[in-house]
Design a protein around this ligand. Structure first.
Ligand SMILES: [Zn+2]
Length: 214
């Protein structure tokens, strides 16, 4: 049995995020939403961020454009454009723990996730870097991701699941996923396993190097 931490990346989205909030609320489950700055920059995006927060969920930074993994981004000002710009928007709505989730290539973990400059910024800003243990591929298989996510939960005592609140069809199966988790005896947690946190409140942890480009 697993303690499951739900995360939703790449949103918010005008149609899908409200549906996800409705399902989570009905189940009494809290989640973490790693949002994009380019959405927060729009009034509808900031409004949804407030709704996420007011419903008792957590918000984190997931870059501004989500285009190039930081470890592969050649722009000298990538950290300012992607991380600092998003954090400035997030600071308007979120005063809780400062979490950042890097992205890259279908959930593959590796040195493409972070750059040395990004690590310096995360340290200076006392951010926590949040990785994952399960990427069931909701963007690849709109219904089949549920079985993959359930198998991942069976396989590990703590499970940090990456889902996306931008996928209309996949989100229709969230209700079924949450029911199945409970039926199998899994629980939900707001905590994160240390193995998923290469930087905690700006302090680098053992293992960080495998996620930083050289
Ligand atoms: Zn993402």
């Amino acid at each position: 049995m697993s303690a499951v931490h739900l995360t939703f990346d790449n949103g918010p989205h005008p149609e899908v995020t409200p549906r996800v909030l409705e399902v989570l609320g009905r189940h009494g489950v809290s989640a973490t939403f790693f949002v994009l700055g380019q959405h927060l920059a729009e009034p509808w995006g900031m409004s949804l961020a407030h709704q996420i927060r007011d419903a008792g969920h957590r918000l984190g930074n997931h870059s501004f454009t989500h285009q190039t993994p930081l470890g592969e981004d050649p722009r000298p000002d990538a950290v300012a454009l992607e991380l600092a710009r998003t954090q400035a928007l997030l600071d308007q709505v979120w005063s809780g723990p400062r979490w950042f989730r890097p992205f890259g290539g279908g959930g593959v973990l590796g040195p493409h996730l972070l750059s040395p400059a990004a690590v310096e910024w995360l340290k200076t800003e006392r951010m926590t870097c949040v990785l994952w243990t399960s990427v069931p591929g909701d963007w690849l298989d709109a219904a089949g991701w549920v079985d993959k996510a359930l198998a991942d939960a069976e396989a590990q005592p703590t499970d940090v699941v990456v889902l996306h609140d931008v996928l209309e069809e996949a989100s229709l199966h969230l209700d079924r996923f949450l029911d199945a988790l409970v039926a199998r005896g899994h629980t939900f947690t707001a905590a994160l396993p240390p193995a998923c946190l290469p930087i905690v409140d700006g302090v680098t942890q053992p293992g960080l190097r495998s996620f930083v480009a050289s």
